[in-house]
Design a protein around this ligand. Structure first.
Ligand code: FES
Length: 97
């Protein structure tokens, strides 16, 4: 049986560079798909951070997405034209009302 599942590629920017990933990935999944393991650097030591929980609990994966700071990459689906920037320095977590 032939598997005719087609995957659409989505184009977005990562740290200013145009990149592509299959549709349906989270931003964190796209980072891994592209071979990147670090999503941000810590404020004090500039140590690279990656996913920890992968389910939106730990906030280790905070990135800037479409000019919004501190967005959880593991909980955000990649959208065409999305602008993703690696997190730098101290993160702030917006409290949802
Ligand atoms: S990896 Fe924990 S919130 Fe994203």
């Amino acid at each position: 049986m032939h598997n005719d599942v087609r995957t659409m590629e989505i184009e977005f920017t990562l740290d200013g560079q145009t990149v592509c990933c299959p549709e349906g990935l989270t931003v964190a999944g796209a980072m891994f798909h592209l071979g990147r393991r670090s999503v941000r650097m810590t404020a004090r030591t500039a140590a690279p951070r990656s996913l920890f929980c992968g389910i939106g609990v730990c906030c280790d994966c905070l990135m800037q997405i479409d000019e919004r700071a501190s967005i959880r990459a593991c909980m955000t689906l990649v959208q065409p034209g999305m602008r993703v920037v690696s997190g730098q320095g101290a993160a702030t977590v917006a409290l949802e009302a």
